[in-house]
Ligand binder design. Structure first.
Ligand code: GLA
Length: 723
């Protein structure tokens, strides 16, 4: 039984074969977080003893030491002096809540969240704990789902106004865990455009620390993820407690270390600039948070998140399938193309074994630079005299699939759409508009805007008979105001935008179930489980430099599997930073994601095209292993001059190992690289050299990586078990 309830001890024990999560009701009222970690049979210790060291025995129910108790749903105001999960402004202006146990239910499976993406869970079991504040009538449902096969607890909260007066939510987070004082460091993923998800590890200190976004997107700058552990945690050893969120908008992920060294870790919708009115009878659903426990370091944590994503979050035809090798014309032509140029590129792509041709920005309206036409999803007949359909027919005629770029959430002030509906963008009437990349954000909280997007995108997809869509989003939100909301509800806009986005994504992806969707936000500016629910892959970064990509993909792999990371071979010198790296290295790094090209193939010499043809054959042969094998990080680009990672097949009979050097250093010995995840008892043959090694040898002594001769050299090994 994954969830056991003991009425006499008032204990809920969520468990699978490896983990336990234990909640206990104290004084019959408050759900207290008693334990989370390695599987135990039971916890007998009295949580109250631990927390009452400064309080004398004999306190009354109203004197419970809430300020020292680890709580499942803490609220500031009735004794707890820390920031809590929920803040509700009531009719009298106060916001204290005394949330007490009301009832509970244990469900088979895991209900989907209304209007929000969430993980499937037919095999899961779910505890719903109902709490209620008698004074205001505010009620809360805390849901916890436990899976048999992954060490993740999925949590969410639903707030219901059962009272007689309207209330306003000013904070409604998805999860909170009060952890014992054994955690000493915090790892997060921070960055910027073109250098997303860089690993940052810092010591935990008293006070607040964490990551957040206020940009209306999960953002390039921060990823909705944080991991706590001891300073001794490594990639393979030590206990890690991680939180992540299935949400694509502004978020808050925070750890507060109090005077007793208790670490309160919380994650959810960003409370800054948020409020939500609940009239009597209304409810509010928070996004889903994932709590991951790993006894096997950061690598162990990542594999749990990867399984969560692959088995339960991504959906549709491509969730577990091979992905077409693509060529995208963006860095090949930018806006400067016509049908002939595209067909020349497509023919060359076909010749080297590419499967999918993607037409990027600039095919619509009159968009010759990035200052016009977003919103006008009509074919530009100057560039495409036969329209999208004419081009698409010819691309299909070459034996390629056809893909198309959109940026549906945006509007250019120079567009017919803007001229017809100047009020459809997010703006403050009477104030100057703040543009970014010459564009404004459409107000997805409005039904007519959502309908327009669904219709316009669907029509272009049908016209172009497309097989793939790149769904881009190139600016963040400011000047927040919606003409569709009255002044009291303007702080609902951020979340209403994301709900509107999810409604659109649900409509478009279910209307085109055979199309492969790739999300993008100026590269990796919205790389989160929310987007992964609708689109199984996302463009990882606009930075295609192989060396920089080692860091970006390494950081991304903390949470997201290889099959989600769009990664392309691009031209040298690299367009974002001018660096030149060998073709073999660019390809080896792109094989750490969903593989493609982003360069003008027609300009490459024959030898490079021949090499690309060979590379494509290799990628196709290895794709199931590369995309869906168990992924292990072996060597961190954040700690030195080398990156290494490997994928191992489920039966541990096959593995691909990739090692990439940074700038060459003179007088260095060849490196020994211990591998992971193999079968110690098996022998493995390196397909290229024919040399045979023992699995035990490879995981202890390691593989010998040749010395680098030249900068940014990559080596790949394909190991196959010998019978
Ligand atoms: C964004 C994307 C790029 C490209 C351009 C087109 O920057 O990340 O890949 O599609 O937009 O304008």
């Amino acid at each position: 039984m994954p969830i056991l309830y003991s009425p006499e001890n008032q204990v809920f024990h969520l468990q699978n074969d490896r983990i336990s999560y234990i909640i206990r009701l104290v004084a019959g009222k408050y759900p207290i977080h008693q334990y989370w970690g390695k599987k135990v049979r039971a916890i007998h210790a009295d949580v109250m003893e631990r927390c009452c060291n400064q309080q004398e025995e004999g306190f009354t129910l109203h004197e419970l030491p809430l300020d020292t108790l680890p709580q499942e749903c803490p609220v500031f105001g009735c004794g707890d002096m820390r920031q809590g999960m929920l803040e509700v402004r009531q009719a009298d202006g106060s916001s204290a809540l005394d949330l007490c146990y009301d009832s509970h239910e244990i469900l088979k499976g895991k209900p989907a969240l209304k209007g929000l993406p969430s993980a499937r869970g037919e095999e899961a079991e779910t505890l719903v704990l109902r709490l209620r504040d008698e004074h205001s009538g505010v009620a809360v449902e805390l849901s916890y789902s436990v899976y048999p096969d992954i060490d993740v607890i999925a949590r969410n909260m639903r707030v219901v106004n059962d009272g007689e007066q309207a209330v306003v939510l000013e904070r409604a987070l998805s999860a909170c865990v009060d952890l014992e004082n054994t955690h000493t460091q915090l790892t997060t993923l921070s960055g910027a455009w073109a250098r997303e998800r860089q690993m940052v590890t810092r010591p935990l200190v008293p006070g607040h620390q964490g990551v957040e976004s206020v940009r209306g997107a999960s953002s390039h700058q921060a990823c909705p993820f944080m991991a706590l552990g001891k300073s001794t945690v490594t990639e393979d050893e030590g206990e890690v407690y991680a939180l992540s969120l299935c949400y694509s908008g502004s978020f808050w992920a925070d750890v507060f270390v109090d005077c007793n060294d208790m670490a309160r870790a919380q994650i959810g919708i960003q409370p800054f600039q948020f409020s939500w009115e609940l009239k009597p009878g209304d409810s509010f659903q928070t996004p889903e948070a994932y709590l991951c426990y790993s006894a096997n370091g950061l690598n162990g944590m990542s594999r749990e998140f990867h399984h969560l994503c692959g088995r339960y979050i991504t959906r549709g035809k491509y969730a577990h399938a091979s992905r077409p090798l693509l060529v995208n014309n963006w860095e090949a032509t930018y806006f400067d193309f016509n049908e002939d140029k595209l067909l020349e590129l497509a023919a060359c792509a076909k010749d080297v074994g590419i499967d999918l041709f993607v037409l990027d920005d600039g095919w619509f309206g009159h968009r010759d630079v990035d200052n016009s036409s977003l919103g006008d999803w009509v074919d530009d007949r100057r560039k495409l005299p036969n329209g999208l359909r004419g081009l698409s027919d010819k691309i299909h005629g070459l034996g390629l699939k056809f893909g198309l770029w959109f940026e549906p959430e945006m509007i250019s002030p120079d567009s017919d759409l803007y001229r017809a509906h100047p009020d459809w963008c997010i703006h403050i009437p009477g104030r100057m508009q703040v543009e970014s990349r010459h564009q404004l954000v459409l107000d997805l909280s409005r039904k007519e805007v959502r309908e327009y997007i669904i219709d316009a995108v669907s029509a272009a997809m049908e016209r172009g008979n497309v097989d793939y869509v790149k769904w881009d989003m190139n600016r963040n939100m400011n000047m927040l105001h919606s003409d569709g909301l009255d002044s009291a509800h303007q702080k609902e806009l951020n979340h209403r935008y994301i709900l509107g986005l999810y409604e659109i994504l649900e409509a478009v992806t279910s209307r085109f179930p055979d199309v492969l969707f790739e999300s993008c936000a100026g590269g990796g500016g919205r790389f989160d489980f929310g987007m992964m629910h609708y689109m199984p892959q996302a463009w990882c970064s606009d930075d295609t430099d192989a060396f920089m990509r080692c860091r970006i993909q390494y950081g991304t792999s903390m949470v997201f599997p290889v099959s989600t990371m769009g990664a392309h071979v691009s031209a040298v010198p690299n367009h974002q930073m001018g660096r030149s790296t060998p073709l073999a290295t660019r390809a080896a790094v792109a094989m750490g994601g969903t593989y493609g090209y982003e360069l003008d193939l027609t300009r490459l010499p024959k030898e490079e095209l021949d090499e690309i043809r060979r590379l494509n054959e290799k990628v196709k042969a290895l794709q199931p292993l590369l995309l869906y094998g168990e992924f292990y990080r072996l060597c961190s680009p954040f700690e030195g001059n080398k990156t290494a990672f490997m994928s191992v097949s489920e039966d541990r009979c096959e593995a691909v190992v990739t090692h990439v050097y940074g700038p060459a250093e003179p007088n260095r010995q060849p490196v020994l690289l211990p591998l992971r995840g193999l079968d110690a008892e098996k022998e493995y043959r390196d397909v290229e050299s024919g040399r045979v090694y023992g699995g035990d040898e490879l995981m202890t002594h390691g593989l010998t990586i040749p010395r680098a001769w030249g900068d940014y050299m990559a080596t790949q090994f394909h190991l196959v078990a010998v019978d």
